[in-house]
Write a protein that binds this ligand. Structure first.
Ligand code: ACO
Ligand code: ZN
Length: 165
């Protein structure tokens, strides 16, 4: 059953289903240099469907966000061990950017990881990726660390995180 979370004009924001994964992989190939195996997409959808969300306009997939949960040291509390949501990847096709779709995907994934009782939500982003960093900052994420040579091409990442209530 399709779970539509919200509508932005003609764009539906809804939970992903197995039949969406090929389109998600195609968007990923077009928009980001980090790619994953088919199995990895399937496992993220199986493990955290609440935060695997797609944006669709008239049957065309235009964006996705996919996440996982982990237990680990807090990005905020000294010595705290917490449950964390982790944004593995988010992208919107170029032609559909700057319409609020990225924001809606992140907001709905926040709701999804809250359903799973995560204490914090975090992600890594290229330090040069101003659009993405600005979007996350607007939604309350803060830069907590700079990860040296995190990407295969040697670029650093910011680790950005938000505390959930
Ligand atoms: N009219 C004009 N501008 C608007 C409107 C509107 N109706 N709605 C939103 N905007 C503006 C926002 O205010 C924001 O502006 P700002 O950057 O000046 O603050 C800007 O559009 C972007 O916000 P959204 O529209 O919500 O986001 P978008 O759909 O463009 O998606 C994303 C952002 C996902 C980062 C996109 O640029 C993208 O796919 N980039 C390539 C892939 C990528 O870099 N992904 C992130 C990697 S990090 C990771 O995956 C963890
Ligand atoms: Zn990550």
């Amino acid at each position: 059953m399709q779970v539509i979370l919200r509508q932005l004009g003609d764009c539906n924001i809804r939970r992903a289903e197995p039949s969406d994964l090929i389109s998600v992989m195609e968007i990923n190939l077009k928009t980001l240099p980090e790619h994953y195996s088919d199995y990895f997409y399937e496992s993220l959808l199986a493990e955290l469907p609440e935060a695997f969300i797609i944006a669709e306009i008239g049957g065309k997939h235009v964006g996705y966000i996919m996440c996982k949960t982990e237990y680990g040291f807090s990005n905020f509390k000294k010595l705290g061990f917490v449950k964390k949501g982790h944004v593995v990847s988010i992208a919107v096709l170029d032609e559909y950017r700057k319409k609020g779709i990225g924001r809606a995907l992140v907001e709905e994934s926040v709701n999804g990881v809250k359903l799973r009782k995560c204490d914090e939500f975090y992600l890594e982003v290229r330090c040069s990726n101003n659009e993405a960093v600005r979007l996350y900052e607007k939604l309350g994420f803060v830069i907590r660390q700079q990860l040296n040579a995190y990407y295969r091409d040697g670029e650093d990442a910011y680790l950005m995180a938000i505390e959930l209530d």
